[in-house]
Ligand binder design. Sequence first.
Ligand code: KG4
Ligand code: ZN
Length: 330
Amino acid sequence: MKKILAIESSCDETACAIIDEELNILSSVVTTQIDVHARFGGVIPEVASRMHVEQISTIVDEAVKKAGINVEDVDAIAYTIGPGLIGSLHVGGIAAKTLAFFYDKPLIGVHHLKGHIFINELLEPLEYPLMALVVSGGHTELVYIENENDFKIIGTTLDDAVGESYDKVARVIGLEYPGGPKIDKLAKEGKKNYTLPTPKVDGLNFSFSGLKNATLQLAQRIERNGEEVNKADLAYAFQEVALNSLVKKAQKALEEYPCKMFVIAGGVAANSRLRELVEENITGVKKILPPLKYCTDNATMIGVAAWHYYHNNKFVPLNAESKPNMSIED
Ligand code: KG4
Ligand code: ZN
């Protein structure tokens, strides 16, 4: 059975996985730098690159040993070529290129967000046309996927990504990085007590910076009045507006671009309230809500996506450049 060795290092996880052609996961190893970045309140790019350098060889070695194979046995080496932090991308890129050169294997440069989308194939075959709501720390996009090679961004954020706004609001109410999961948890204890404005953006685009600023100003106003902010209620108010705007735009997108299937992808797809809202409001289409372990960054997703590149002969040369701002349409 053919196998791919895949590496992910675009942000603050260093990961390696070995996936066979039938999408069996022979091994998947992930280390996260979250504890270190939490001390600074967010990812420090230079620190992230250095930590990838420290981890990468051990992680690859561990993945190969856990799979019970030798690197000679794999049929291709895949890595995240973009988007992401440039220094972090370089570390995974150099590791992948070194393996490809030394063992004379084809090299595959995978788009990180395609990884987040294709990992859903571990649950069910994807059906096209497919609509993906991609929600992460760096991206908020509605992607219309006509077939496995044709990705079209039909909606995007005009300012902050939704994960980024979660992280910023969390910081202000004193929650540690990454704030997304903490707001998700805290909001469960919140009630409808504060009102925040719904972002008004035409078409299928999104905007979160106005909502983020309104949340922060509301907190400051309450404190100025000598009252205490109810953090759970504030988390609830922010989250309801942010997530309802995502789901409303997804509904609109599906009306304009009818699809056979709808998937959510990326770190924010782990959000329990978003999953509820999608279950309730996105109807008339097959849906995949990936389990939490597939939502956050890992190398399995890069390996699963890499099979599409492999079967379409999409390989990159050893001098391929990492692309920090790569579009999913490229
Ligand atoms: O996809 P990801 O792991 O990394 C990027 O490619 O950006 O996404 C990380 C983002 C962070 O902003 C984090 O706060 C957010 O996903 N996140 C969540 C939840 N879990 C992770 N946001 C809301 N609710 C969650 N449960
Ligand atoms: Zn990601």
